[in-house]
Design a protein around this ligand. Structure first.
Ligand code: 5GP
Ligand code: ZN
Length: 116
């Protein structure tokens, strides 16, 4: 699934509005519509990749850029010292519901471990 069929591709294309807080050549970040913490941001590649299982050699820089964006957004949100969580679900069994890879950046409250 990609392009018109993919919700996050449509957000990348500006067809569906989102509260975008960070943009680069390869990625965008926007606030989750159903936040699970005071800060809940989704960081996604502009290019459609369905799941971690679909990553290939050559995607290292792209995936790394998502984590660097997470660090920058955490700084902007004032989370650097208190801590935050960065997580990517893979597959329905792990809770993935949108099949365009995305890092969740969660913070602003105490986060328990392990997650459910
Ligand atoms: P997943 O469950 O795939 O790991 O995460 C998908 C996330 O996308 C969920 O946290 C969900 O709230 C969020 N989400 C689903 N639809 C939309 C939308 O249209 N806009 C935004 N901003 N977030 C969405
Ligand atoms: Zn997509």
């Amino acid at each position: 699934m990609s392009g018109q069929d993919c919700l996050f591709c449509r957000i990348v294309d500006g067809e569906i509005p989102a509260d975008v807080i960070h943009e680069s050549d390869s990625a965008i970040a926007f606030r989750d519509i159903n936040p699970q913490a005071p800060t809940h941001v989704l960081i996604i590649p502009r290019r459609h990749i369905s799941t971690i299982n679909d990553l290939n050699a050559g995607d290292e820089e792209l995936v790394g850029s998502l984590h660097l964006a997470a660090k920058e957004i955490a700084q902007q949100e004032g989370l650097t010292d208190d801590g935050y969580r960065v997580v990517m679900n893979c597959g329905e069994g792990a809770g993935q519901s949108v099949f365009h890879i995305h890092l969740h950046l969660l913070g602003g409250r105490l986060l328990n471990w392990p997650p459910g």
